[in-house]
Design a protein around this ligand. Sequence first.
Ligand code: SF4
Length: 378
Amino acid sequence: MGRCALERGARTGQESGMAQAAGSGAAAGGAPGADAGRAALLDRLGRPLRSLRISVTDRCNLRCAYCMPEEAYTWLPREELLTFEEVARLVSVFTSLGVDRVRLTGGEPLLRQDLPELVRLLRRDARLTEVALTTNGVLLEEQLPGLLEAGLSRVTVSLDTLRPERFHALTRRNVHGRVLEGIAAVARAGLPGLKLDCVVVRGTNDDELDALLAFGQQVRAEVRFIEYMDVGGATRWAPGAVVSRAEMLERIGAHSGPITPVPTQSSAPAERFVLPDGTTFGIIASTTAPFCARCDRARLTADGTLFLCLYARQGVPLREALRSGAGPDVLARLVSSAWHRRDARGAEERLALIERQPLARREELREDPRLEMHTRGG
Ligand code: SF4
């Protein structure tokens, strides 16, 4: 992991002449397979652009202590949010450059009205192999039929605890039952690939690892434990609150027996493991063992700002160009030149800090809401 792999990636990129844009094939909704065999767009460290997280709203109906712990937030102005047609136009630019997976996030994406309509629009782009959703699950049960009918591929639900009173304390909302109903609805619908994401915070929910794994088995979902990250918005982050990948593995192993890693070639953030009873689970070790070296992900905020790293201070504004009539080729050049210049490896740089504190102060977050994790899609 880490440095060596990163340097290997950089050499690969340089030897191959670095990044190549996908050329002029940026028109919306290309024919199926039209871009097969196109050159990957590589960044300065040799990483291809493959996946896009789209935050469709910065609003959320929960106030999780590790993500949105403050009373007041500065929201993106509503008139600046991209319409679904604008999102679809931008996504077609990204798919022309090599993106084949998109994930809809927030804030809480199900707060955005008529989200199935966006799924339907995105599904018209045959270059996308997957349109997935990450949600807190509160509104999932009622919206799932429309999302499935529109062609949603997969769902990930955030579930940090199985205890209603603990959920209430963590999120400041009394809706744990609705989250569980949402998860049950996905299981009933038989949608494959259900994942349950759990941010593990010491002293908050770190005594529930085994119970969450058992629950995952029950609902045929893979549980992924995420290390608590010091991203923008995590204003109460402290090193002592992080439960490391190593500690999680030790605790799970002590309860369930020997853990075997599941080999993968994937660029997905989670390392996967299997228990002796066949239960698989993932760990996303963004804080203690970052995976920047294989990061193929770009992020689009609800107001059309492109971020190339979760920790990036600056983004690339795409909305103005889009609204001033820029065509697909111009937009593709904007995105590809940003990706060419990308050398971000935010989590690795944070790991190298001697003294580590929350990434941003509250005042900074109020001045620039795009620094918030809930604005750039978690
Ligand atoms: S910190 Fe940035 S570069 Fe590293 S994995 Fe996260 S988004 Fe990718």
